[in-house]
Design a protein around this ligand. Structure first.
Ligand SMILES: Nc1ncnc2c1ncn2[C@@H]1O[C@H](COP(=O)(O)OP(=O)(O)O)[C@@H](O)[C@H]1O
Ligand SMILES: [Mg+2]
Length: 212
């Protein structure tokens, strides 16, 4: 079973967006998927609730803030949505649940600075320092041709962890979230660009370099 956590200390960086889209992608590929929401805000579980009223491949929802987290038998992918602002001992415990980590970063000086600090904290956790987990970086809400996006691009390039994908800023993500869908479940013509943007992230997730 693959265990993939989307994590960043900042709220609003795109954790729930990426977690729900990944869950939808793997469910559409025919895999048995669990979506674990560790965030008390419960965005991923709310997304699943919206999804339950439409006829789409099923995803098991798990409240990670409850005492036990039990993926169903035969689960191929466990996608985890982390809360914001987890540090210290709590961060050490949280990361133990996964082996692959996706860190989304927004094109903003404040977010980039905060991400640099948080990546350092994550590297220092027992799991990552023992090389039992792999991290991939994702630029989120990029707008091409903007200077701040190029700064984010350069910033992510300079970090030690692989910079695996850049997702654009698009209302399609907002619409999908509202309906309990992923962008892979929306009209192909309207989401052609997003599908291309997700390719390197999916490829990295399928490669050995995302698995310790
Ligand atoms: N690539 C994107 N394009 C447009 N809106 C986005 C994108 N990523 C996230 N959002 C929006 O930004 C807000 C915060 O994203 P969310 O995934 O909830 O962040 P987090 O879980 O890290 O707090 C949400 O309203 C979401 O729909
Ligand atoms: Mg969230």
């Amino acid at each position: 079973m693959r265990t993939i956590m989307v994590i960043n200390a900042k709220g609003g960086s795109g954790k729930s967006t990426i977690a729900t889209n990944l869950a939808s992608y793997y469910a559409c590929q025919g895999h048995k998927v669990s979506l674990v929401d560790y965030d008390p805000q419960g965005s991923s579980l709310a997304w699943l609730k919206a999804r339950s009223s439409i006829n789409r491949p099923r995803i098991q929802g798990i409240d990670g803030t409850a005492a036990t987290v039990n993926p169903g038998r035969g689960t191929g992918y466990m996608i985890m949505d982390a809360p914001a602002s987890v540090h210290g001992k709590d961060l050490n415990s949280l990361v133990r649940h996964a082996r692959t980590f996706i860190i989304p970063v927004l094109p903003s000086p404040i977010d980039m600075r905060a991400a640099a600090d948080y990546i350092r904290e994550i590297r220092a956790t027992r799991l990552i320092s023992a090389k039992k987990g792999r991290i991939g970086l994702v630029a989120n809400r990029g707008r091409d041709q903007t200077r701040i996006f190029w700064e984010l691009d350069e910033f992510l390039d300079r970090l030690r962890e692989p910079y695996v994908a850049a997702l654009s800023d698009s209302m399609n993500y907002v619409r999908a979230a509202d309906k309990g869908l992923g962008i892979f479940e929306m009209a192909p013509a309207a989401t052609a660009l997003h599908r291309i943007e997700w390719e390197p992230l999916i490829k990295w997730l399928e490669s050995r370099s995302s698995q310790p």
